[in-house]
Design a protein around this ligand. Structure first.
Ligand code: BG6
Length: 478
């Protein structure tokens, strides 16, 4: 980089979404139900996720905004044209497993699902946009959750592999960048969404979560092995939620507490997926929490021999922690959260905004692994107001993104190898944690409201033009 440059040549600028949050058409084209399809909409979702629930749609009691999403299923050409207008170099999206295998157990894939994603990929390529595919983003076929208890059962490994094989066979010639599980470490906080469990667990102490994660590590490594056999110069990454954890005070007890949590949250999964072995600290943790993993012969070799090519991660907020004394007031955050940081302000949803934290976490991850990094989610969920003339002045979003991009560019100067940046929810979509439409992230506004009303019309926000300029100038104007 020259002094005047912030980002390297070939930097992958783009946006990110997930099938269950945008596609809608939840039963169209022979798609099966997914775990996301049974999550109710509205703020109730977070509460709902806390208890043991029937894995069913309860239509007389709840609403299900994902069922319609933003109807990307029918609007994908228009949406991709808008991404192209902003100059996207890449677009990260997920494939819904249940569009390809409606129950997860069919012997042959569903052609309509393959066609749908084939068309998306072709459309992207037509616009010179590199597809970046998440293979599993909170979208396991519901049948697998109900029949096997999700990833708790080893059987999921072979089913996932069948699914990967079909994707690699059909799309491998056109898709170079893949990631296996979205936010694999979200298993600790949201095992319903992440692992297909019936209930959320108690975090780092739940044996089932560690067992299910073990199955995912093996599955991910086998997918990498297969991908390398089937696709020339393929790049397959892990994907984690990342946040630096700050101790609230310099009391060593607070420091140790924050250190321990950060290590489990941020690094447990990537230690295994990047270094290829269970970390030393896991042994004591397992022992003290009566966790005895069932590890089949060969599993550890599979994990060791097939590590990831890059680490993708999402970043929304940092976390501050103190040794618990029982009177802490917890604050919100994207699954990972802690106590209030007096130096930070928060979004309307209580997620603390901390661009410096992005520079810190980029450095922490890179120092640890020296593996290329990819920011595949970052953004601000906010309420937007459409003015009488139809325009949307989302200066708050521009400010948020700008500060985070400056922080990322500083990390690059620090020596971090950063492949790209895909802003989360580049087009408004249904929120994963609250099922709301009003928690908007996009550069593109979608006329769809929490009460279900709306025309699905798309319009450009002020940030749309801003991001276009950022990409044109390769970030040198921020
Ligand atoms: C990430 C998920 O955790 O955060 C996305 O990968 C999600 O699916 C994003 O949408 C933002 O969270 P939320 O709850 O605001 O949608």
């Amino acid at each position: 980089l020259n002094e005047s440059e912030r980002f390297p040549e070939g930097f992958l600028w783009g946006g990110a979404t997930a099938a269950n949050q945008i596609e809608g058409a939840y039963l169209t084209g022979n798609k099966g139900l997914t775990i996301a399809d049974i999550l109710p909409g509205g703020k109730i979702r977070l509460e709902w996720l806390q208890d043991e629930r029937p894995l069913e749609i309860i239509a007389d009691k709840y609403t299900y905004p994902n069922h319609e999403g933003i109807n990307h299923y029918e609007h994908f050409k228009q949406d991709i044209a808008l991404f192209a207008e902003m100059g996207f170099k890449c677009y990260r999206f997920s494939i819904s497993w249940a569009r390809i295998f409606p129950t997860g157990e069919e012997l042959t894939p569903n052609q309509e699902g393959l066609d749908f994603y084939g068309n998306i990929i072709d459309e992207l390529i037509k616009h010179n946009i590199e597809p970046v595919v998440t293979i599993s983003h909170f979208e396991m076929p519901l049948y697998l959750a109900k029949t096997y208890g999700g990833w708790k059962d080893r059987k999921l490994i072979s089913l996932f592999l069948n699914y990967c094989e079909v994707l690699f066979k059909h799309f491998g010639k056109k898709v170079k960048y893949w990631m296996t599980f979205n936010e694999i470490n979200s298993a600790f906080m949201m095992p319903i969404m992440s692992l297909g469990f019936q209930t959320n667990g108690d975090n780092f102490k739940n044996k089932d979560i560690f067992q299910a994660l073990h199955h995912q590590f093996v599955a991910s490594s086998l997918a990498i092995k297969l991908g390398r056999e089937m696709i020339k110069s393929v790049k397959i990454g892990s994907m984690v939620i990342a946040a630096p954890f700050y101790p609230l005070t310099c009391n060593p007890k607070d420091i140790l507490y924050a250190f321990d949590i950060e290590r489990m949250w941020n690094f447990y999964c990537s230690d295994i997926q990047v270094r290829g072995e269970y970390p030393s600290y896991s042994q004591r943790h397992f022992k003290e929490n009566n966790i005895e993993l069932e590890i089949a012969p060969g599993d550890l070799d599979i994990i060791r021999s097939n590590t990831v090519d890059y680490i993708a991660f999402s970043y929304y907020n940092s976390c501050t922690e103190k040794h618990p004394s029982g009177d802490e007031v917890r604050v919100g955050g994207n699954m990972m959260s802690g106590v209030e940081n007096p130096y930070l302000t928060a979004s309307e949803w209580g997620w603390e905004i901390d661009p410096t934290g992005l520079r810190i976490i980029l450095n922490k991850i890179y120092d640890r692994y020296k593996t290329p990094l990819f920011i595949v989610e970052n953004g601000l969920g906010a309420k937007d107001t459409v003015k009488a003339d139809g325009s949307i002045d989302d200066d708050y979003r521009i400010e948020y993104l700008k500060e985070h991009l400056i922080a990322a560019s500083e990390a690059i100067k620090d020596g971090v190898e950063l492949m790209g940046y895909t802003m989360w929810g580049c087009i408004d979509l249904v929120s994963a944690s609250t099922g709301q439409m009003s928690k908007r992230y996009g550069f593109i506004y979608v006329d769809k409201q929490d009460d279900g009303s709306g025309t699905f019309a798309r319009s450009r926000k002020k940030s749309f033009y801003w991001y276009k300029e950022v990409i044109t100038q390769n970030g040198n104007n921020i």
